[in-house]
Design a binder for this molecule. Sequence first.
Ligand SMILES: NC(=O)C1=CN([C@@H]2O[C@H](COP(=O)(O)OP(=O)(O)OC[C@H]3O[C@@H](n4cnc5c(N)ncnc54)[C@H](OP(=O)(O)O)[C@@H]3O)[C@@H](O)[C@H]2O)C=CC1
Ligand SMILES: O=C1O[C@H](COP(=O)(O)O)[C@@H](O)[C@H](O)[C@H]1O
Length: 457
Amino acid sequence: MIDLVIFGATGDLAARKLFPAIYELEAAGYLPEELRIVGVGRKPWSEHEFDKSVREALAEFQKNLEADVVERFIRRTTYRQMDFSPESFEALAKDSAPSSIFYLSLPPDAFPVVGTGLGEAGLAREKGNHFRRLVIEKPFGHDLQSALELQATLTKHWDESQILRIDHFLGKETVQNILVFRFANSWLEPLWNAQHIAQVQITAAESIGIEGRGAFYDKVGAVRDMMQNHMMQLLTLSALEPPPRLEADLLRNEKNKVLRSARPLSSGDIVRGQYTGYLEEAGVKSSNTETFAALRLYLDNWRWKGVPFYLRTGKSMSKKRTTIAVQFREPPTQLFTDTHCDPGSSWVVLELQPNESLHLEMQVKTPGLQFGSRPVVLSTPYSNGDAHELSAYATLILDALEGDASLFIRFDEVEWAWRLIEPVLGANQPVELYSVGSDGPAGQHYLMEDLHRWRSL
Ligand SMILES: NC(=O)C1=CN([C@@H]2O[C@H](COP(=O)(O)OP(=O)(O)OC[C@H]3O[C@@H](n4cnc5c(N)ncnc54)[C@H](OP(=O)(O)O)[C@@H]3O)[C@@H](O)[C@H]2O)C=CC1
Ligand SMILES: O=C1O[C@H](COP(=O)(O)O)[C@@H](O)[C@H](O)[C@H]1O
């Protein structure tokens, strides 16, 4: 028997992402026969009420449900009410399978309580071939100090190798494709450095606002919600050195080196924005929390010295689009007249969402007598239409079951991301207003070096 114990099973993330992801794994036949799913909550729900909530979540958040798969899934589930007292953890320990995964889908304040409660009840101990793993949602800490404290608390009972910190961007196929694109194409790698690359723009724009999460978001803002975690992951995967092998720690070593090579940031490297109308959202106090952030940073290492990395993320923007756009340097001399605006400009654009695809923007001859150049785009979709592509959460839950930590964040990555970001967390820096449905505040353009411009979304 293996237990997947979901703390916070009555909550939003469980309904929206975790149950649909487990359903996907069930439908694809990836779940071990002996897996039991234990939903934990403080609410005094009966089994029937929990089943009903799982069915409703699947109906709302999972397309193409098959009745027999739903029934197989429901047969695995059971609900457990806990008050997080020592006695409730001891009772859990009596009923737990020798191999268990504890998924903390809880508000961050509850991470130390539950991590410690499990540890004190002996549920972090592994015996023989059995495993005990702790999956933790983001955010891991609110700043560097709180992240260090949380880590110190958890590692009283849990070994770092047992802790799987979720960043759901790493579960996205197109994010993993960054590595394949870079390291499976030998023509590309010799060009992927400061000698040939002029700038890198990483954008994660969302068209949605804060969607009723005002009370949470207002204390967090875009830098903590997106920049410190998801955007840093996109940066490290774009910039890292090839690991000698695709093993969790070798990969994570390289990601950490990228973070450690970043030049310290100061207030001149960030522009913070807030969409108009944010202050009227439910749960928002009269605050200057940023709903948009743009950063300029440099990696002072052999490969990237002098290349600006521009990162931006925001809510209520003109569209949902996540891209990594890499501009190659212009040829040393211009042989051709250019009737268009950007002479000799070549870009590689990895579009991570919503249209998972790859674009090469290149120059070709202008048809006709004139010897000029004009841009063309070679595009290919990422997907080959395979129905077995898993959602991000399904991939990560499967990896957690299989004990593959490659797509989870190691603590030193969290720590160095906080070290990098902390100087620009500054809540007392002003926010610049931008209109809902725009590409963000005008001030973002002041971050750019001469001749660089943000690409339009
Ligand atoms: N929702 C989302 O889209 C995303 C969420 N996350 C992260 O996932 C985690 C869960 O998020 P979400 O589901 O939205 O959170 P919720 O606020 O919905 O909380 C989840 C559940 O936790 C229980 N809970 C609430 N407060 C406490 C507490 N103080 N102590 C113990 N249990 C508590 C509640 O269940 P009960 O009352 O039954 O105990 C609740 O149903 C968070 O860390 C969040 O940052 C990350 C990315 C996206
Ligand atoms: O973690 C988070 O991510 C989502 C964006 O994720 P995506 O997969 O939809 O791109 C963001 O909306 C949310 O604020 C943040 O907490």
